[in-house]
Design a protein around this ligand. Structure first.
Ligand code: AMP
Ligand code: ZN
Length: 468
């Protein structure tokens, strides 16, 4: 079975394979670093991480590029409000983002370019667009892309079909209203509120518009035409439409072959917003006692093409699901004396390995990243195995390991059952009986413990208790 994903552009499932037969170029719009990313942002980043893992585990080599938006309206505004230098300010939030990514077990992209470090590439792109006559300089000095010069504009999001009105009043903002379709800014002329965050260009002092950075950086690191471009669904219009327009108008080539969008996360059935106080960060949830692995589980549990409703109430279920998986993994690995492999070993040795009964779970991931179905399959097989541990094979061990790697779920330590004081006292008394060679008393205490549902095992210098 081949890995397929839903492509927003062709509105159909498409095979995930590199056009050059070698490496899949995968570009993800990264975070805007002016505050801690919230769990909605992380839904998108975690799903993109599962995408990369499934591609790699299916034998596709991936070059993953994710940018850092460290210069735009928001980063400039908030850094100025806080009286901080833009570079130092965005570095703090970039570091925080990396810390959160590590906690959530996200693979590190091969390239993580920052917009502010690529001003020249963005200027070069504008110059090329000016030369082709698809961009123009307005009276205030800003440069705009001429949407009329790109007839294919709107194919990705269907924005034209929605017969929207053109609202030119908002065109200078990085994020003009979703319902406006207007020429957009490539270069924004310097304004007093930009402070020192302006650069020289052939069009005077200013800074690049937000949409430009992703075109300039994706094409620099992946070439003018690459395989997959991804972001949250809110980015399809205008951000991705604008990226397509400015890139294709410049190169005359297909920009990204496939577009992979993640539908938004809701919290308690509502859109996340500051005023509702539901824009949880990883830190907020950790403070409530949840682990990053439990949070990751919650972020991937729903299908990425549907709204996911995140509730704190569901976190307990994620915790017990992870415990059950951890127990299952110990049971399987001990049964067949399996030596777990590293992720790197797994992706280096894909091929015709047999993944036992967990193959169906991996197949669900290959089929447009159907995580809920994959988890359903894992628990169905878990039930079979728990009922009949004799049936375990080493293929099951490889299969479970592979599915856990694909989902990026690190299994927790097994929770040890609390030993009641009465049981502990009986076990201690039995240890004393053994030490004084009172075998009859030792046997009697063993039976008494068994009646209470505890098995005692003698080990050097003491004992171990197990329930059951
Ligand atoms: P930003 O830091 O705002 O540039 O966003 C980073 C990524 O998070 C983008 O791909 C957004 O589309 C995505 N995103 C923003 N809000 C949500 C949400 N509620 N659910 C899922 N993804 C989101
Ligand atoms: Zn982008």
């Amino acid at each position: 079975m081949k890995f397929e994903i839903y492509d927003t552009l062709s509105k159909s499932n498409q095979p995930v394979e590199p056009a050059d037969g070698k490496t899949l170029g995968f570009y993800c719009c990264g975070p805007t670093v002016y505050a801690a990313a919230h769990i909605g942002n992380f839904r998108t980043f975690v799903v993109q991480d599962v995408f990369r893992r499934v591609a790699e585990l299916s034998g596709v080599k991936v070059k993953h590029v994710r940018n850092i938006t460290n210069v735009d309206d928001k980063t400039i505004r908030v850094s100025m409000e806080q009286g901080q230098d833009l570079k130092a300010f965005t570095q703090i939030w970039t570091d925080k983002f990396h810390e959160d990514c590590e906690a959530l077990n996200l693979l590190t992209p091969m390239v993580e370019p920052g917009a502010v470090e690529h001003i020249q590439e963005q200027i070069d792109l504008i110059a090329a667009l000016m030369e082709k006559g698809v961009a123009y300089q307005a009276k205030d000095g800003s440069v705009f892309f001429k949407i009329d010069a790109f007839p294919e504009y709107g194919r990705l999001s269907g924005v034209k079909e929605r017969e929207l009105t053109t609202d030119t009043s908002a065109q200078a903002d990085d994020e003009y209203g979703r319902d406006s379709m207007a020429d957009f800014a490539l270069w924004k002329t310097a304004k007093p509120e930009d402070g020192e965050n302006v650069w020289d260009s052939p069009w005077g002092k200013g800074r690049p518009g937000w949409h430009l950075e992703c075109s300039a950086m994706s094409m620099k690191y992946l070439g003018p035409s690459f395989d997959v471009h991804s972001g949250g669904i809110d980015l399809a219009f205008p951000h991705h439409e604008n990226e397509i327009a400015q890139s294709e108008a410049c190169t005359g080539k297909t920009f990204s072959r496939l577009w992979f969008h993640v539908v938004h996360l809701m919290v308690d059935g509502k859109k996340m917003s500051k005023s509702l106080g539901n824009m949880y960060t990883l830190e907020d949830l950790e403070a409530k006692g949840f682990t990053p692995a439990e949070i990751r589980y919650g972020l991937i549990a729903g299908h990425y093409r549907k709204h996911l409703n995140f509730t704190v109430g569901a976190m307990d279920a994620h915790r017990s699901n992870l415990q059950r998986l951890a127990k299952l993994s110990v049971l399987i690995n001990e049964k067949v004396a399996y030596q777990p492999r590293s992720y790197k070993e797994c992706i280096q040795n894909v091929g015709d390995a047999d993944f036992g009964r967990f193959q169906s779970a991996f197949d669900a991931l290959l089929d447009n990243l159907n995580v809920p179905k994959a988890l359903g399959e894992v628990f169905r097989v878990a039930g079979e195995i728990e009922k009949n541990p004799e049936s375990i094979t080493s293929a099951d061990a490889r299969g479970l390991e592979e599915v856990m790697y694909a989902l990026g779920l690190e299994l927790p330590e097994l929770e040890s059952a609390e030993v009641p004081a009465e049981v502990k006292a009986l076990a201690d008394a039995r240890l004393t009986a053994r030490q004084t060679k009172d075998w009859a008393e030792s046997d009697r205490l063993r039976d008494e413990l068994a009646n209470l549902g505890w098995q005692v095992k003698d080990v050097a210098g003491g004992y171990e208790l197990e329930q059951g």
